[in-house]
Design a protein around this ligand. Structure first.
Ligand code: CP
Length: 348
């Protein structure tokens, strides 16, 4: 509440959009214990509004995180997630320490009861509590193996840190979800959407040369469904179904042209197969979004989490044209991370 008051008293550095939700001026910090999925968020609209408040006034809580440290632990590469979370922590006065455990640390073992006579050097049971001694918040990025669906969907890595670290955990992307990306996506839609009606949001599968995780598509589906303020359609080739635990409530259409009709937003993303797990069934280039396909939409804005394979997933003409929201989206990663870190540190 103290920090919230400071936010109110400070002068915004940027003018608020006339569309900005004025409810954000009556916000309180509800607190987050962990941030792994949308199910950890007590009030989704409140969190989106907080992120937009930080966009309008990045340093209004510049002392909130004083004397607090956040550990950013990467088991996989990153550009946006790493840098935006560092900037977000800095805006709150927190120190962020990055550890690329995949390149610089001991190889971690996650299997309970493992006989560690192979390549792994340190068990997560031993490493995670150490992070707990050094940091106030621990942020973890890990990817799925895409080899064994049950293992990946059990979220063994993220759950191990939750079990053994003994401090709040923020997912920087897990085996199945990417919640900071989804919060960013939602606030990007919120700040650009028509106010008078529900937007039509289409998640459109795109070709790719490598098998990619389902995380972004799962997570986007989960968050848009939880938000409940869009007509949500998913389009993909046959046999690219996502897990129903995330998509239930969306309309699924296999004809991309039909799905795109009247769309206000097209979120382009590749994912590998879920049922016959981690496979590429097609790289059909006709699924790549083009200006020609865009003609059926309602002058849609185009979204992608990045990195993007140009002229495989999305054409140059779309990415470099007026419909693209991808840079605005990536910029908004800072405000999403700042809102989440503030929700946790504001209650410490
Ligand atoms: N969108 C996203 O998570 O980007 P990075 O992999 O670069 O962090």
């Amino acid at each position: 509440m103290k920090n919230y008051t400071r936010c109110l008293q400070s002068k915004p550095r940027h003018r608020l959009s006339p569309h900005t939700d004025l409810r954000l001026f009556t916000l309180k910090y509800n607190g987050l214990k962990n941030f792994i999925s949308v199910n950890d968020v007590p009030d989704l609209n409140d969190l989106v509004a907080k992120a937009l408040r930080y966009k309008a006034d990045p340093f209004c809580d510049r002392r909130m995180g004083a004397d607090k440290r956040v550990g950013l632990i990467f088991l996989n590469p990153s550009l946006r997630t790493r840098l935006s979370t560092q900037v977000a922590a800095s805006n709150l006065g927190m120190e962020a320490i990055v550890f690329n455990v995949d390149k610089e640390g001991w190889a971690l073992e996650f299997e309970d009861g493992a006989i560690m006579s192979g390549n792994t050097v340190e068990h997560v049971k031993d490493a995670a509590p150490i992070f707990g001694k050094y940091f106030d918040i621990l942020c973890i990025r890990t990817f799925p193996s895409l080899k064994n669906r049950d293992d990946d969907y059990s979220e063994m890595v993220m759950n191990s840190f939750l079990a053994y670290a003994g401090l709040p955990i923020v997912s920087l992307e897990s085996a199945t979800l990417h919640p900071l990306q989804s919060l960013t996506d939602l606030l990007t839609i919120k700040e650009t959407a028509p106010k008078e009606r529900k937007p039509k949001v289409v998640l459109s599968w795109a070709p790719h040369v490598k098998p990619l995780p389902q995380c972004v598509a799962n997570s986007f589906s989960q968050w848009i469904n939880a938000w409940g303020q869009a007509d949500f359609v998913i389009t993909h080739p046959a046999d690219y179904e996502l897990s129903e635990q995330f998509t239930a409530g969306a309309t699924i259409i296999h004809n991309q042209d039909e799905a795109l009709a009247g769309a206000d937003y097209v979120y382009v993303k590749n994912w590998s197969t879920f049922t016959d797990y981690g496979k590429i069934y097609t790289t059909d280039p006709s699924w790549m979004l083009s200006e020609e396909k865009m003609a059926a939409t309602n002058n849609a804005r185009v979204m992608h989490c990045l990195p993007v394979r140009r002229n495989v997933e999305l054409s140059d003409e779309i990415l470099d044209g007026p419909h693209s929201l991808v840079t605005q989206q990536a910029g908004n990663r800072v405000w999403a991370a700042q809102a989440v870190l503030a929700e946790i540190v504001g209650k410490m």
